[in-house]
Design a protein around this ligand. Structure first.
Ligand SMILES: [Zn+2]
Length: 423
C-alpha cells in the first residue's frame, strides 16, 4: 500500500507536471501522470516542491533569549559573547528546552527539517548539552538536529574546554567544533585546530569550526584548518563556518588559499544575515559587508552552505527560521543575481547544506526519504523573490504542516481585487 501521491509539482531543477509516489515513508516513483488510484492525493497545483530546507549553522542553546539579561548595545560579536557569558550561569534546562522546542516548531512551519546547531560546552555543568540532546530526541520524528560541541570561550583559553568537549561527544554530540580566532594568539588558534582535528580523526567525527569570524585580513585559521584536514585525511568531513576574514584578505593570498581549500575537501558555511550585521563594525565608510567569498569558492568547486546562525539571541534580534530569508540575503550580499547564481543560493540552504551535514536519504530521487516542502511559488527564483508560505510540509510521507495561501484583497473604487504578487 502506498502512503501518498503528490500530483502536478514543479521541481527545483525545472521539471514541471511531476507526480511523486510515496511508500513506507520513502519516494518510490517520480513521473508524469502516474497511474495510481486509491492512494491519498495531494495536489501541488503546479507549485514548487523541494527537498526540505537545511540550516547548516545555528545556535539553539541561545535561541529566543533576546534581551536576557540585557540587550547588546554595540551590536558587536564580542559584546554578544560577553552577554552570553552573563546569561550562561542563569540558564535552566527547562527554559533551554522550551525555547528550543518552540524554535523547532517555527522551523517545521517554514519547511526547515534539518539543523546543525552548535552547543556551548564551556559551562562545566554541560546543561545546554543535556538540554539539546533531550530536544534532539523529542524533535526527531519531525526534524533532524545535529549537534556540534562548541568551545565558545576558546579551547585553550578555557581550562576545562577540552575535557568538557570530550564529555559532550561521549554523551552523544555529533561534531567537533572550535573557535581558533578567539584563542589568545594566532599560534594558540592554530594549536587548537591541530588538537581538535586530531581528536576528530581519532574518533571518526566531522569537524565544523567557527573560523576567522573577524574583519582581520591577516587571520589565517582557514589555511591551518585546510592543512590539518588534508594532513589527517579528513576530506569531506570538515567545514569552516563564517570565514568572514576572507572578505578582507589580500586577493593574491586568496588565489593561493582557494585551491588549498579545494584540495583539502573542506566546505564553507557563510551566515549572511549575521555576517553583514556583525562585521564591519569598526569601519566608518566604506563599510565592509564581511561575508566570505561565496561565488569564488563555488567556482572552485568548494561546497558552500548558508546558515541562519542566530534567531533572537545576544547577537541578533530578528529571524524566524526562514531559510529563504537567509538565501535571499546571501544573494544580495554576494551580488549573486544571475539566474544560475540565484539557484546556487537556493542550493546553499537545501542540498549543499544536506551534503555538508552528511544527511542520509536526502533528496527527491526514488529511495530518498519522502520529506519535502510545497511552496506557494512556481520556481526557485519565485520562491527567493516572494519567500512565500509553505503550503505543505511533508515528513516521511505524512503532511506535518499546512498553511493556507494568502492573497491580499484590495477595495479600490468599488472593485475588489485579489493581489498575490505572482507575475
Ligand atoms: Zn555561529
Amino acid at each position: 500500500m502506498h502512503d501518498l501521491v503528490v500530483r502536478n509539482a514543479s521541481l527545483p531543477d525545472g521539471r514541471c507536471g511531476i507526480d511523486i509516489l510515496v511508500k513506507d515513508g520513502r519516494i518510490c516513483e517520480l513521473g508524469t501522470a502516474l497511474a495510481v488510484s486509491g492512494v491519498p492525493e495531494l495536489n501541488a497545483e503546479g507549485n514548487l516542491l523541494t527537498a526540505p530546507f537545511v540550516d547548516a549553522h545555528f545556535h539553539m542553546d541561545a535561541v529566543l533569549s533576546y534581551g536576557l539579561p540585557r540587550i547588546n548595545q554595540s551590536g558587536t560579536l564580542l559584546e554578544g559573547i560577553a552577554l552570553w557569558g552573563e546569561l550562561k550561569p542563569a540558564l535552566t534546562q527547562e527554559a533551554l528546552i522550551s525555547r528550543a522546542i518552540q524554535y523547532c516548531e517555527w522551523a517545521v512551519a517554514k519547511g526547515l527539517l534539518a539543523i546543525r546547531s552548535h552547543v556551548d560546552i564551556c559551562d562545566d555543568r554541560l546543561l545546554a548539552v543535556e538540554a539539546l540532546l533531550e530536544v534532539k530526541k523529542q524533535v526527531s520524528p519531525f526534524l533532524d538536529l545535529q549537534l556540534v560541541a562548541f568551545p565558545q570561550d576558546g579551547l585553550l583559553r578555557s581550562p576545562t574546554a577540552f575535557s568538557n568537549l570530550k564529555r559532550a561527544i561521549a554523551m552523544g554530540v555529533d561534531v567537533v567544533g572550535g573557535i581558533p580566532h578567539f584563542e589568545r594568539t594566532m599560534a594558540d588558534g592554530a594549536e587548537s585546530i591541530r588538537i581538535l582535528c586530531e581528536f576528530a580523526a581519532e574518533q571518526g567525527l566531522m569537524v565544523d569550526m567557527h573560523c576567522d569570524e573577524s574583519d582581520d585580513p591577516l587571520s589565517r585559521h582557514i589555511e591551518t584548518l585546510a592543512f590539518q584536514a588534508q594532513r589527517l585525511g579528513l576530506q569531506g568531513r570538515v567545514a569552516g563556518s563564517h570565514l568572514t576574514s576572507m572578505h578582507s584578505m589580500d586577493n593574491y593570498y586568496v588565489s593561493k588559499l582557494l585551491p588549498l581549500m579545494k584540495e583539502s575537501g573542506i566546505a564553507a558555511i557563510a551566515n549572511p544575515l549575521i555576517n553583514i550585521t556583525l562585521q564591519g563594525r569598526h569601519d566608518t565608510y566604506p563599510k565592509r559587508r564581511g561575508m566570505t567569498r561565496v561565488p569564488e569558492m563555488l567556482s572552485q568547486g568548494i561546497p558552500v552552505a548558508f546558515g541562519h546562525d542566530c534567531v533572537m539571541d545576544p547577537w541578533y534580534s530578528l529571524g524566524s527560521g526562514d531559510m529563504l530569508e537567509v538565501a535571499n540575503m546571501g544573494l544580495h550580499v554576494a551580488q549573486m543575481t544571475s539566474q544560475a547564481a540565484m539557484r546556487q543560493c537556493f542550493e546553499a540552504v537545501t542540498c549543499n547544506s544536506a551534503q555538508i551535514l552528511g544527511l542520509q536519504g536526502y533528496g527527491l530521487e526514488p529511495g530518498c526519504n519522502a520529506d519535502f516542502v510545497i511552496l506557494d511559488a512556481v520556481s526557485v527564483i519565485e520562491a527567493l523573490r516572494l519567500r512565500p508560505v509553505r503550503r505543505y510540509v511533508v515528513r516521511r510521507g505524512q503532511v506535518i504542516c499546512e498553511t493556507p495561501a494568502v492573497n491580499a484583497r484590495l477595495s479600490l473604487a468599488g472593485r475588489q481585487i485579489d493581489v498575490n504578487f505572482r507575475q
